[in-house]
Design a protein. Structure first.
Ligand SMILES: *Cc1c(COP(=O)(O)O)cnc(C)c1O
Length: 342
């Protein structure tokens, strides 16, 4: 059976060039700072994202959690958008690991206003926790891959800094945001004190993410990575794929965005589905279904199209380098058939 996997861009397989680079990678013990391939990846990543330094971490979750640990003290409060990955999908990490309280603020497609952030910062008072960090997400996952308008990102970051907060950018898909908005990733990350991005999603590396920031801050984050169990040894074997990802896989994200757009436009015509192609900024399509999203996904899977249920009535489709234009056409026909009760 033909299979089109639209659950996530994390399912992407490494390219042949990545596998060759991995096989040949020069390695050393990275906990000693002696893996030349990891060092090269960290330098390349820092320069592409416009920060002084970077640290290679096994996952985006570890990158975000290391950032929260490094920016905060126990008992602090951190502000997140209510649909943020850090709040929904990181197993309560901020409470468990950094012992901070999370303050979720309702946003609009993942976007928070400077006013909302200002109003949420706790004034000095013996009763209150100290607000120390604002976390933002671009592109925004639960908002369907939504891209922050660069000016709004700048404004909310400035407001947070004025209030004395640090700003961490969860940029798991920051290069999707850059390609979609035509603004360099380094510019999108410029205001943030730290930024995390994933090599293992649309960029198709098998493993790994990057946490970047100022040099002295990254040295502290390196210690957080160690305590979280992320000090790896001959990690150059996987870092090699990350280098190929950054060199060869960024510009092609535009194809994924075009495919997502086409998928959304096709699905918008299907009766029984709710899809707004104008809300497709990058490589995700959110589909409202009439009955159970989980059941809808089960019926799609039976026909070889794999999708994820986000909520009771919302299905997420994600395009990536292992989904061709032809696969999109095929998925469209299958989804239309399932929606029509076929
Ligand atoms: C995937 C993702 C992460 C976490 O990355 P993992 O490598 O899966 O741990 C963090 N933030 C966002 C927005 C993501 O989409």
């Amino acid at each position: 059976m033909r299979v089109v996997d639209l659950r996530s861009d994390t399912v992407t397989r490494p390219t042949e060039e990545m596998r060759r680079a991995m096989a040949r990678a020069e390695v050393g013990d990275d906990v000693y700072g002696e893996d030349p391939t990891v060092n090269a990846l960290e330098e390349l990543a820092a320069s592409m994202i416009g920060k002084e330094a970077a640290v290679f971490v096994p996952s985006g979750t570890m990158g975000n959690q290391a950032a929260v640990l490094t920016h905060t003290a126990r008992g602090d409060e951190i502000i997140v958008e209510a649909d943020a990955h850090i709040y929904w999908y990181e197993a309560g990490g901020p409470a468990l690991l950094a012992s901070v309280q999370v303050r979720p603020l309702a946003g609009r497609r993942g976007v928070l206003s400077p006013e909302a952030v200002r109003a949420a910062v706790r004034p000095p008072d013996v009763h209150f926790p100290r607000t120390s960090l604002l976390c933002l997400e671009n592109t925004h996952n639960r908002a369907g891959g939504a891209v922050w308008p660069p000016a709004e990102l700048e404004a909310v970051t400035a407001a947070a800094h004025e209030a004395g907060l640090a700003v961490h950018l969860d940029g798991a898909r920051i290069f999707n945001a850059a390609v979609a908005s035509g603004v360099a990733a380094a510019r999108l990350a410029a205001g943030a004190d730290s930024v995390m991005f994933c090599l293992s999603k649309g960029l198709a590396a098998p493993v790994g993410s990057i946490l970047a920031g100022a040099r002295d801050w990254i040295e502290r984050a390196r210690k957080a990575r160690k305590v979280l169990g992320g000090g790896m040894r001959q990690a150059g074997v996987i870092a090699a794929a990350g280098i190929v990802a950054l060199r060869t896989m960024v510009d092609r994200l535009a194809e994924d965005h075009a495919n997502a757009r086409r998928l959304a436009e096709g699905l918008a015509e299907v009766k029984g589905l709710e899809v707004d192609p104008r809300q497709v900024d990058t490589n995700m399509v959110m589909v409202g279904v009439r009955d159970s999203a989980a059941e809808f996904c089960r019926q799609l899977a039976e026909r070889g199209v794999m999708a994820g249920a986000m909520d009771a009535r919302r299905v997420r489709l994600v395009t990536h380098k292992d989904v061709s234009g032809d696969d999109v056409d095929y998925a469209l026909r299958v989804i239309a058939a399932v929606a029509g009760g076929g």
